[in-house]
Design a protein around this ligand. Structure first.
Ligand code: SAM
Ligand code: SF4
Length: 461
């Protein structure tokens, strides 16, 4: 144990269940780190927990509703424990907490503590208050939460493996008319460059080889540099690539409007920056893009993709799509399918539009019926699957560097990630875990590739 985590005789346990995006995964790790100096260590077993935290997601209705049913289960679990069992506090964090704090308190009386994403650094203080009464904290304080959160602890980072998330930007000022993020995560804020580099160095020291920079609008990053001037994401990637040990850099999620020349050039010039871009467009129809307040047209999206492919021809493009946004006609939907066909996505996520309270989309009166949304989703997903399988098929016969990061499902097998983020299964000795090796792709399964190592001695990049 480190000095950050004293070996207290009465050490407590925290069980955290994480929903939603990678930023929530990162935040859960930071909560674990913030609690460690106060005698809490993480557990996977709710039965031994002194504190149960749900880190929640509010992006779609289904995600939010799951939280209430899970809270019912946890309450029953706590009530059924033997008399005299240790006290167990229940807390709700994340975007549902931020958006529905009062409602959670009213609907779920078993909850002791509700706190939003801007309060994680105050968790120990909130917990001590929760010992004597229910606590709710969903303010957007002026202070910088990252400055108060402890850096990732080495021993925890090692157990997180060879890849890690690093939040560089949080919040959003874009206000797409379907989206809750500007309300739950607040205004767009970028972390200063020095803070990001220090965290990345710590991760590299702990053995991390690949970092994924996170932000709701990560390519809008403009953290201040040493000279007090804003630094773009492209420039930040160059600085991170200088850190010994950091061999691969990724970032997510980007907005088309913020895909600037510097970032595109970094994809051309920086071998550490992986050729994979998640660039959501949501719809291929200009009238729907306008109603969504996306602030760009379909033609502008195509033009950005062309510029990216000119800089890095093998770039794997990924995206997000929403079907059944209010007012979406058959012709609008056909334009989306046509866009998917033309782009040739390596992968993409697609969702039925979900009405989110408080967003402009929820007030629109031309809502689409559920069965129409479901039919459109099926058509779109079939097209996306065709495309991603074609992309994977195009990889067969190529040799590419694979970061071998874990044992495979079967003995004598390891598993890794291609530069394009596909899982690659390889027959090889688990002793190779941690290396980046040239792998010939010899086959494809539904969502992964099969490969064989070309030479175990070479250290390809
Ligand atoms: N910032 C990114 C962008 O500009 O597209 C997206 C971030 S959002 C957390 C992730 C994805 O969730 C979105 O790209 C969108 O496809 C989906 N999403 C957001 N709100 C939604 C809603 N109300 N209904 C269905 N899907 C939604
Ligand atoms: Fe939500 Fe992304 Fe639009 Fe921001 S840019 S409002 S995070 S969909």
């Amino acid at each position: 144990m480190s000095e950050n985590q004293p070996n207290l005789p009465n050490a407590k346990k925290v069980f955290i269940k994480t929903y939603g995006c990678q930023m929530n995964v990162y935040d859960s790790d930071r909560m674990t780190d913030a609690l460690a100096p106060h005698g809490y260590s993480p557990t996977q077993d709710m039965g031994e927990a002194d504190l149960v935290l749900l880190n929640t997601c509010h992006i779609r209705e289904k995600a939010a509703e799951k939280v209430y049913s899970e809270l019912g289960r946890i309450r029953d679990f706590r009530n059924e424990r033997e008399p005299g069992a240790k006290k167990m506090l229940i807390g709700v964090a994340g975007c549902v907490a931020q958006a529905e704090g009062e409602e959670i308190m009213a609907r779920a009386p078993a909850v002791d503590l509700v706190f939003g994403p801007q309060s994680y650094h105050r968790l120990p203080e909130l917990l001590s208050k929760a010992q004597t009464g229910r606590v709710i904290d969903t303010e957007f304080p002026e202070e910088d939460k990252f400055a108060h959160l402890p850096a990732a602890r080495k021993e925890v980072t090692i157990s997180r493996g060879l890849t890690a998330f690093l939040t560089v930007q949080e919040g959003c000022d874009k206000f797409c008319s379907f989206c809750v993020v500007p309300y739950t995560r607040g205004a767009e804020v970028s972390r200063p460059v020095a803070q990001v580099l220090a965290e990345a160095r710590g991760l590299a020291d702990a053995g991390v080889r690949e970092i994924t920079l996170l932000g709701q609008n990560v390519n809008a990053y403009h953290g201040l540099g040493a000279d007090g001037q804003p630094v773009s994401l492209g420039a930040l990637c160059h600085m991170l690539a200088e850190i010994d040990g950091i061999e691969r850099i990724r970032y997510t999620t980007s907005h088309p409007r913020d895909m600037d020349d510097e970032l595109i050039a970094a994809h051309r010039d920086l071998p550490e920056l992986m050729p994979y871009l998640h660039l959501p467009v949501q719809s291929g129809s200009d009238s729907i893009l306008k109603a969504m307040n996306r602030k760009h047209t379909a033609a502008q999206y195509f033009e950005i993709i062309d510029r990216i492919r000119a800089a890095r021809p093998d770039m794997a493009i990924s995206g997000d799509f929403i079907v059944g946004f209010p007012g979406e006609t058959d012709a609008d939907f056909a334009a989306t399918v046509e866009m998917v066909r033309k782009i040739g996505y390596a992968s993409a996520f697609s969702f039925k539009y979900s009405t989110r309270p408080g967003t402009p989309g929820a007030q629109m009166d031309n809502q689409i019926e559920e069965h129409v949304k479901a039919e459109r989703l099926e058509v779109l997903q079939a097209e996306i699957t065709r495309q991603s399988q074609a992309f994977n098929a195009g990889c067969v016969g190529l040799t590419m560097p694979v970061l071998i990061d874990k044992p495979g499902r079967n003995p004598g097998q390891v598993s890794g990630r291609s530069p394009y983020l596909q899982p690659v299964h390889i027959p090889a000795d688990p002793g190779l875990i941690g290396q980046i090796l040239p792998v010939e792709i010899v086959g494809q399964a539904k969502n992964s590739l099969e490969g064989r190592i070309i030479t175990a001695n070479a250290k390809a990049v």
